[in-house]
Design a protein around this ligand. Sequence first.
Ligand code: CMC
Length: 433
Amino acid sequence: MSNGSPTTVQLIFGDKTIILPVLSGTDGPSTLDISTLYAQTGLLTYDPGFTSTASCESAITFIDGDEGRLLYRGYLIQDLVERSDFIEVTYLLLYGELPTLSQRARLSEDVTYHTFVHEQIRSFYNGFRRDAHPMAIMVGVVGALSSFYHDSLDIKDPVQREVAALRLVGKMPTIAGMAYKYSIGQPFVYPKNDLSYSGNFLRMMFAVPSEEYIINPILERAMDRILILHADHEQNASTSTVRLAGSSGANPFACIASGIAALWGPAHGGANEAVLNMLQEIGTADRIPEFINRAKDKNDPFRLMGFGHRVYKNYDPRAKIMRETCHEVLEELGIKNDPLLKLAMELEKIALQDPYFVERKLYPNVDFYSGIIFRAMKIPVSMFTVIFAVARTVGWVAHWLEMISDPLQKIGRPRQLYRGKVERQFVPVEKRK
Ligand code: CMC
């Protein structure tokens, strides 16, 4: 026994009794180790959507869903957002500790040094239709990086792994900025080494060669906060996808491309785009009850976008910070009466009082506010998930590194509950009815 909790579970199946160990993490629920279950009993476990399954051991991020706490390497997200910056958070996620001054300077230089992309990567963009969704471009171009950087593909070499990690973190804003520029028909903007990660990213999205681009420090800080808030979120769908792809030994660029693909869905990273579309569809406050009723109607597929979370059963701590940042940005930009923000506030108020949402613990999540901030910053809706992908690359890479360096790592290969046809006779085509 530890902490008064049992350390084993006894399972009786037919005439067999087996003992399964209960593992304790440093925080969070105890975990039943079923790795020997099949060998001992011939039984598989069934858990669609992994609601009760820990897919791996990790020391990177911890979410306390009931209390609404999020910690990167043990540090509260609120502290990191207020007292740190994205480069420090990148160091923390990748290496496990906050950097010293010299470690910080070194990482900043390493990331900056890797922001350029090979000139030939530019020609990839021309292959996409002008109206291509930038996430489609991201999946394609990031996957294509594997064909350019052969000297960082040997995943067994820790030095090459680190170079690949730094390349991915460094190049992601450049690739994202280029995707945006391509979509609006403007020339690509090269990275500039004396700027911060977030400042550089803003410049690559908004600068044009014909005039000087002056970075607004409030918007730079807001972008930095957004990147910190989205940098990691333990074993979410895209991170699990990266781990699964990586478990087969696939190269890091291909793995991150798979993460981008998983992130694109509206139930995951695509939600901030969906929130804005939803607010625009609602249009005016008097139509909120109609949409709330639709969200509650089980025969209607509509869901209140930006509400609910698999792990948080309390207010998403990221949403609280986003809400504050949202006000700061709107004030800085002189947007006093943004109708969408007003609508969002009203929707939030009504939903938080409605028994349907209260009983199911459906609170606003991070995506509820990020769309409004992006809109105020004149970032088009199609780029919202791209920005999420830029931030989350750090988390994906940290998880990929953690997995690859684990000596017990093996290929991820879930099993299934088969409910298809049992073996049957083949019927030649002329005899089929
Ligand atoms: N609107 C209306 N009902 C909802 C919503 C919603 N947004 N979210 C969950 N529910 C209901 C759901 O119908 C179910 O009701 P019942 O128990 O009567 O069947 C109950 O709440 C539990 O939901 P669930 O689908 O079992 O929860 P889940 O953990 O599978 O889904 C979710 C989590 C995030 C996919 C879901 O809440 C959702 O679709 N939200 C809207 C999309 C969204 O905002 N996604 C961004 C997530 S945060 C960003 C990130 O980390 O990627």
